[in-house]
Each structure stands twice: as structure tokens, then as C-alpha cells.
Ligand binder design. Structure first.
Ligand code: TEU
Length: 593
């Protein structure tokens, strides 16, 4: 039934594929990455904030999962307006996390256990507390003035001052901040405390390479997750964005600050000057780029820019088009998810590019709550179903702390005050201001935040059933999830049938069938089916077949007609199920013999 098959195909010559899949099996392709959000992982000091010594004390646990690389979110000195994505000093550590010596011990601790370590490279912007910015804002003539993006005000006919353009910041409001002292505005695509660096200035770029990159590569890190990697180059002249939301002065300006004209030149330079001198990997965060051809430009090996990127196709599902939270829960369908996966899986078919597989990170709500079922009846089972899907996708696999034990979104009866993130708090406040506290609007906003907020990923890691889930002996900076007594690492380790053990088995199976699961071509068999997802991973004549039930009902299932051979069940999350019927949230992975 070839007509029902949706293949991940690209227009490029398929002969490259042999090169991409067999010649370039570098360590970062085969690897599974485990992401750590330092504030919420493990507190060793009792101050309620996770820290590096705490992480070091968990390294044996992380290694035991069978992961190869740790990605550590920003640990730099920072005022933490955006939890470390506002860096005040690239060469120093946020004091509550520890010291440079702790960081070196962490790097060594990873290497001693055969794991590599990548860190976040946040260089679209710095904190307004970075020395560079303090100097830049000190006077219009300062040599570092041009290190950031400064512009004079515009004025209305009535003489009212207004920002240089109508761009909206990612965290709401204008993307420009007025500086009283020098009487100009500076650009900040995120919070006002996160001024954008001016990448057009060569000196700035060179200093970024030295301070933010070489400093750490010489200390032994094995690469970078590069924050907002496509925002450095803005459209010259910084024109106004078209008005999409007539009720607001500020408009999304993605077309003017994403994938700008010099983006590829900058990344090639970064590669030539720094990355190519080290055995390191890069994974760029690539928001607002659904066009596969554009994505490929960043990750094609011959372009010498990035090894891989995070596409947003899957994690953006169900979000509002113009505003993330302007939506209602579950406004996505399974065919939407399939199409999104096809776009990121398709990136490697017949090309020299590479891709990633992930459902969670520190910016996303928990995947079981978003894509499966966080009802206790099906939480673990549906988590295992998602794990089967992820472990069978091509590309480098990323899992986020707590995903391995099936952590879920905050309870719905928690107050809005439990949400600490600048993005969710700003949004809720803006709805309240705009609607003058309209209860209907606020209730819709709360529902969206309960479903999609970044806060959900930032709740303390649940280690055991002791107070605060063993995360801290103090008062945690974010409240511990009410469910920690039954969702925690200790009990998952003790139960051989837990999601945690299931993940460990899957990660090892993935390595055993690497040619299919990590490198294979991706084909979808039931694109239109809203409950069942059947896909194959194939390399030559070898095939793996994956069947997933994305519903809480029984669903009929049969082997696709063009798959010949016997189905050998390698993994399933429901014991002794019938081949022709998928149980609620069942997942299966077959090898076709
Ligand atoms: O995120 C960039 C980004 O695109 C976010 O706006 C993302 O779309 C949003 O978080 C989804 O809700 C990166 C970091 O991952 C994030 O934590 C930072 O806040 C942001 O950059 C600024 O550095």
C-alpha cells in the first residue's frame, strides 16, 4: 500500500546517504544526551537551589542510565532574570551553583565515567550586568557602544517618544528599552535585562569566541548547545514588522530577526575560528524555522556551521500562532505530530545533514502531560509509549531530567504564584492588564499556562519520598510536585518494571540496532489516523516497525501490507497483547525478520 506511505525524502541525491550514515558515524551522532537544569537538579548546600556539587553526587546515577553526554544549562554568573540565560560573566560561575573549581571537577567527573559534557552558549545577548554592557551604556562615545544595538528614539506628531520600531520581545512588550543616561534605546529580543549583542561588530564576535567559547573548550568541555542560534543577524535598517495584532503596539518580528542575511557567515566564521580546532559538537536552537531547506543550510556537513539543531515543529504543536499561550489545551492532532516529525526526520534522508529527537527541555511543559496521559492510571504506560517513539527516531536523542521517571506538569490546583518564569508571569500579567482582570480571559490564560508553561520543567527533580523529594534540605526555590512520593528515582530504581528501567533498556536497544533506530530512514504508514501512529525505520533491506496507540481506547492494528516477513517483537509496554489490537497507550517496536 505504497500510496499510504509518507516517506522522509529530500530532493538531494540519495547517494549522499551512504556517506551520511556510514562514513560520518561520529560520537555525537550515536549519542544520547541527558539535559540538566542546575537550579532544579540537586541541592547539596541546603539553600534550596540546585548546585554543581549536587550534580556531581548524581553522576553515577546519570551514567547508569546509559547516556553518553550531559548538557548543562547555563551555570554562569548571572542575576537570574531568565534563570541564567542572562549571562553577566562567561568566565565565572553563579555563586549559588558553586565555583570554577566545582565546574572543573564536574567536567572531569563526566570524563572519568566515559561521558562527555556540553554547556549552553548564550551569545545572542548578555545580561545588562555584564561588564561589556555596563561599558556600552556608560556613554555614546565609549568604544564598546557598538557592541550592543543602540538607536535614537522616534517621536509621534505630538512629540511623544517611541521606540525605533514596533518589534515585540519574546517575553512580551516592546523589544526596546530606553536608557535615560545616554538618551537612546537598546534592543532586547528577550527581557530588558538581556540586551542583544551587535554581531555586526567584528571585535564583539572575536571577544565572544574567546570569552564564551575558547575559555571553556580549554577547560575540557566537549561542545555547546547554542541558544537561539538564528537570531544574531537582524534585517538591516530594523524595519517595522507588519501589524498582525491590531490591539497591540508591538508585533512579532520573527521575519526581521530570525535567519537574517549574515547568519550563515557568522556561523561559518565561528566554526573556522574556534570549533574546527576542537573535537567538539554543536547543537543549535532553531526557533521559528519550519522551512526544511533553511534548516538544512545550518546542518549540512559541507556548510561547516552546526552539527545539528533543535527544530520546533513538534514542541510548538498546540501553541497559539502569534502568541504561545493564546490557545486551548490539546489543539493539535496526531496527524499534526506525524507531519512535524516527518519534517525533522526528513532532514537526513539523502542529505549530509543531521537531526535531533526530543520532546522535552527546560522551555517545554512535560511531554506526558502534553502528548500522552498524566492520569495516574496511564502515566507510566503512556510515558513508555512516548519513550518507544523517541528511542526509534533517527538523530541524536535528547532526554531532559525527570523525563526518565515520568515527571508531569504542576497540579492544576496550584496558584499562579507558583509560576516563577518571566515568560508565563509576564503573559498572565499582560492578560490581566489588557482585559482589566476579566475572569474569563484570566481563566483561559491560566489554563494555557497550566498546559504549556516552561515552569513545569523547572520543578525540583524528584529523587525520593523524603521531604522536598530529596532535592533539598532547605526551602526549594520552586515548589516540589505533590506527586513526588510515588514519582521519584528511588522507587523507580526499585521497580524493575518502571519507566526508568524501560528507558535504560531502550537506550541500549537503540545502540544495538543503531543502523535502523539512529540512522534509518523514516516512513509513516497511517498519516491520517488520529489515534494510531505506525512508522518504519529502514536501512537497506533491514526494517524496524513501530506501532503506537495515542489514545486511551483499544485500537485495531495490522501490519502494513508492503512489509513482508515475520514481526519479531523487541519491546512493548503492555504484556502479552494481541497483534491485531493495541491496548490504550500501547507501544510496540518490532524487528522485521
Ligand atoms: O529560548 C529561545 C526561544 O526561542 C524561546 O523563546 C522559546 O521559544 C520559549 O522559551 C518557548 O516558550 C532560549 C532558551 O532556551 C530560553 O530558556 C531562554 O529564555 C531564551 O533563549 C533567552 O535566552
Amino acid at each position: 500500500m505504497a500510496s499510504f506511505v509518507h516517506k522522509a525524502v529530500s530532493s538531494a541525491d540519495t547517494t549522499c546517504q551512504t556517506e551520511a550514515t556510514s562514513c560520518n558515524k561520529t560520537w555525537w551522532k550515536n549519542s544520547t544526551v541527558y539535559q540538566i537544569y542546575p537550579s532544579s537538579f540537586k541541592d547539596s548546600s541546603g539553600d534550596g537551589i540546585g548546585d554543581i556539587p549536587g550534580i556531581i553526587s548524581c553522576l553515577d546515577y546519570i551514567a547508569s542510565l546509559g547516556v553518553d553526554i550531559i548538557w548543562l544549562c547555563p551555570m554562569y554568573d548571572s542575576p537570574h532574570v531568565d534563570n541564567g540565560y542572562d549571562v553577566a560573566d562567561y568566565e565565572n560561575i553563579y555563586a549559588p551553583y558553586g565555583t570554577l573549581a566545582d565546574m572543573v571537577a564536574f567536567i572531569d567527573g563526566c570524563h572519568d565515567r566515559g561521558m562527555r559534557i556540553i554547556i549552553d552558549l548564550v551569545v545572542n545577548h548578555t545580561s545588562d550586568q555584564h561588564e561589556w554592557f555596563k561599558e556600552s551604556r556608560s556613554s555614546v562615545d565609549h568604544p564598546k557602544r557598538a557592541w550592543y544595538i543602540w538607536k535614537p528614539a522616534r517621536y509621534t506628531k505630538n512629540g511623544h517618544r517611541k521606540p525605533p520600531n514596533n518589534w515585540r520581545s519574546y517575553f512580551g512588550g516592546s523589544a526596546w528599552q530606553w536608557d535615560e543616561h545616554t538618551q537612546e534605546y537598546y534592543l532586547h529580543l528577550f527581557a530588558p535585562e538581556q540586551p542583544d549583542l551587535n554581531w555586526e561588530n567584528e571585535q564583539t564576535r572575536n571577544e565572544v569566541y574567546k570569552s564564551a567559547m575558547e575559555f571553556w573548550l580549554y577547560k575540557g568541555v566537549d561542545g555547546f548547545r547554542i541558544d537561539t542560534v538564528n537570531l544574531y543577524s537582524k534585517t538591516p535598517g530594523l524595519p517595522d514588522a507588519p501589524v498582525v495584532d491590531a490591539s497591540s503596539d508591538w508585533q512579532s518580528a520573527v521575519a526581521y530577526h530570525c535567519n537574517g542575511p549574515r547568519m550563515h557567515e557568522y556561523l561559518q566564521e565561528m566554526n573556522a575560528k574556534v570549533l574546527s580546532r576542537f573535537d567538539c559538537m554543536t547543537v543549535g536552537e532553531l526557533p521559528s524555522t519550519p522551512d526544511q531547506a533553511k534548516v538544512l543550510q545550518y546542518v549540512s556537513a559541507k556548510e561547516k556551521q552546526l552539527n545539528m539543531v533543535f527544530q520546533f515543529d513538534v514542541v510548538d504543536l498546540g501553541q497559539g500562532r502569534d502568541q504561545k499561550y493564546d490557545t486551548d489545551p490539546l489543539s493539535w492532532t496526531l496527524p499534526d505530530l506525524k507531519a512535524a516529525l516527518l519534517r525533522s526526520q526528513g532532514l537526513i534522508s539523502g542529505t549530509d545533514g543531521w537531526t535531533t529527537a526530543f520532546l522535552e527541555n527546560h522551555d517545554q511543559a512535560r511531554s506526558i502531560s502534553r502528548f500522552a496521559s498524566d492520569d495516574e492510571e496511564y502515566r507510566e504506560r503512556s510515558g513508555k509509549m512516548l519513550a518507544i517513539m523517541l528511542a526509534a527516531l533517527s538523530g541524536t536523542l535528547f532526554i531532559y531530567q525527570g523525563q526518565e521517571i515520568g515527571m508531569i506538569n504542576m497540579p492544576k490546583d496550584w496558584d499562579i504564584d507558583e509560576y516563577k518564569d518571566v515568560e508565563s508571569s509576564n503573559y498572565f500579567r499582560s492578560v490581566s492588564e489588557r482585559t482589566h482582570g476579566d475572569q474569563g480571559a484570566l481563566s483561559r490564560a491560566l489554563t494555557a499556562v497550566q498546559h504549556l508553561a516552561r515552569d513545569h520543567a523547572r520543578l525540583p527533580m524528584q529523587w525520593d519520598e523524603s521531604p522536598n523529594a530529596g532535592f533539598t534540605t532547605g526551602t526549594p526555590w520552586m515548589r516540589t510536585h505533590d506527586a513526588y512520593k510515588h514519582i521519584n528515582v528511588k522507587s523507580a530504581l526499585a521497580d524493575k518494571s518502571s519507566l526508568l528501567h524501560f528507558w535504560k533498556n531502550l537506550l541500549s536497544l537503540r545502540k544495538g540496532y543503531a543502523d535502523l533506530l539512529i540512522y534509518g530512514d523514516f516512513e509513516i504508514y497511517d498519516m491520517e489516523n488520529v489515534n494510531v501512529f505506525t512508522f518504519a525505520k529502514a536501512t537497506g533491506s533491514r526494517i524496524a516497525l513501530i506501532a503506537l496507540n495515542f489514545s486511551a481506547d483499544f485500537q485495531t492494528w495490522s501490519k502494513p501490507e508492503d512489509i513482508e516477513g515475520h514481526l519479531d517483537l523487541l519491546v512493548s509496554n503492555v504484556p502479552s497483547s494481541k497483534t491485531s489490537m493495541l491496548a490504550p497507550w500501547e507501544g510496540r517496536l518490532y524487528y522485521v525478520k
